[in-house]
Design a protein around this ligand. Structure first.
Ligand code: GDP
Length: 197
């Protein structure tokens, strides 16, 4: 897929106010600092489409971008940042939860995982939530350039093995690096394929 246009549409904390156009939608989510903004910018070949925020947890809204006038890319707030107060976190989870439960045109959610990290409780719980609500998702391993190739393979194999403790089948996964562009074509081909179905 060639990215011909990538435009910011709106930010929201309420899914009922999200764009009404019925286009396939793909959401990006992960722990703060996982590399979400960098991945979105890399995929879209835009320098600062998603703001790479110095402050983790800053982008706490549902951000819609229209891509090629064909689909929506949704940048969701990062979860699990310790400095967000308990009260704030409850509200923030509630509107994200509503987004997932109510957004009918959502076709796939990309759960971002830092390639260097072992499975974290919050990520596993989030995937469980998606599974329980029958929301299709893929995993995008980020920052792959930070590990050597044998360490990277070992880490990803071990991550998948741990997922198989809870999941019968593994979700599709992508290995990406925003620094090198690794995974870009595969990612966009996947979206293209789903959009054509
Ligand atoms: P977000 O909070 O999930 O949106 O994360 P950012 O995209 O802001 O990235 C967090 C930090 O990780 C920044 O310092 C990025 O430069 C760095 N980073 C993100 N992706 C990569 C990557 O693929 N490779 C490397 N080496 N650094 C990355």
């Amino acid at each position: 897929m060639k990215i011909r246009s990538a435009d910011f549409v709106m930010s929201n904390s309420n899914v009922t106010k999200a764009p009404q156009e019925r286009m396939p939608e793909y959401a990006f989510i992960g722990r703060s600092n996982v590399g979400k903004s960098s991945l979105i910018n890399m995929l879209m070949e835009r320098k600062d489409l998603a703001k790479i925020s110095g402050k983790p947890g800053k982008t706490q809204l549902i951000n819609h971008f229209k891509i090629n006038d064909e689909w929506f890319l949704v940048d969701l707030p990062g979860y699990g940042y310790a400095k967000v107060s308990k009260k704030k976190r409850t509200i923030f989870q509630f509107f994200i939860e509503n987004y997932f439960k109510e957004r009918e045109q959502l076709v796939c959610t990309f759960v971002l995982i830092d390639s260097r990290h072992d499975p974290q409780k919050i990520d596993l719980e989030f995937m469980k939530f998606l599974g329980e609500n029958q929301i299709p998702f893929c995993i995008a391993f980020t920052k792959a350039d930070k590990l050597g190739s044998s360490k990277l393979n070992k880490q990803i194999t071990s991550y998948k093995k741990k997922l198989l403790n809870t999941w019968e089948t593994l979700p599709k996964s992508f290995i990406t690096s925003s620094s090198t562009g690794l995974g870009r074509e595969e990612f966009l081909d996947f979206i293209d394929g789903v959009n054509e179905d």
